[in-house]
Design a protein around this ligand. Structure first.
Ligand code: 5GP
Ligand code: MG
Length: 175
């Protein structure tokens, strides 16, 4: 097992992403940051917090569960949904920044777009991911990337966050 991002690298990457979101959105106005459970939610909360402290404007964050929108639900019928929590005010007319820990085939994000469509109509949806490991199966690409980590299919990327795992680290291992 090899560590590819240490805690300080993750912290720098999230700070950079916060600055990039602010630049592309031309400020913190009408922004909502939504994480995909589980670890995406912790990362989304941190990005929203960073954007808020950099800009001085409070940017809300929440969670978007996509379980019921997956195209492989029939193959994994025991998957248990996680809570969705949309900030007060909803998502109509705002820019939603989706945050996930790892981007792989793109199917989770496709499901997330479907889930969002049932909640409201954002003016735009952007995608931030801590790790882009490649192997896309759909025409989806991230707008903000912590680290591009070209990986083999037999490799597993472990994302550990303080909120759930007691430490921040990204490791890669053969499986
Ligand atoms: P996708 O739907 O793009 O194939 O996969 C993305 C989702 O699966 C993300 O929510 C991510 O958490 C999880 N995922 C896919 N590959 C990996 C991986 O190598 N490591 C981790 N930690 N999660 C992965
Ligand atoms: Mg995940």
């Amino acid at each position: 097992m090899r560590t590819v991002l240490h805690a300080a690298d993750i912290s720098r990457a999230l700070t950079r992403i916060a600055h990039e979101v602010l630049e592309s959105n031309k400020g913190a106005d009408r922004l909502v940051v939504l994480g995909i459970p589980t670890r995406g939610v912790a990362l989304a909360d941190r990005v929203a917090e960073l954007i808020s402290s950099i800009s001085g404007t409070r940017v809300p964050s929440g969670a978007l569960d996509v379980t019921m929108y997956r195209d492989d639900l029939a193959r994994h019928p025991t998957r248990t949904p996680a809570p969705t929590s949309i900030p007060e005010g909803g998502i109509d007319g705002v820019t939603v920044v989706l945050v996930d820990d790892v981007l792989f085939s793109g199917r989770t994000i496709r499901a997330a777009l479907d889930a969002l469509g049932d909640i409201g109509r954002p003016r735009a949806v952007r995608l931030a991911t801590l790790v882009d490991r490649g192997h896309r199966e759909l025409p989806i690409r991230p707008d903000f990337v912590g680290k591009n980590l070209p990986s083999a299919s037999h490799e597993r990327i472990n994302v550990r966050v303080v909120e759930y795992d007691g430490e921040d680290a990204v490791t890669i291992e053969e499986v």
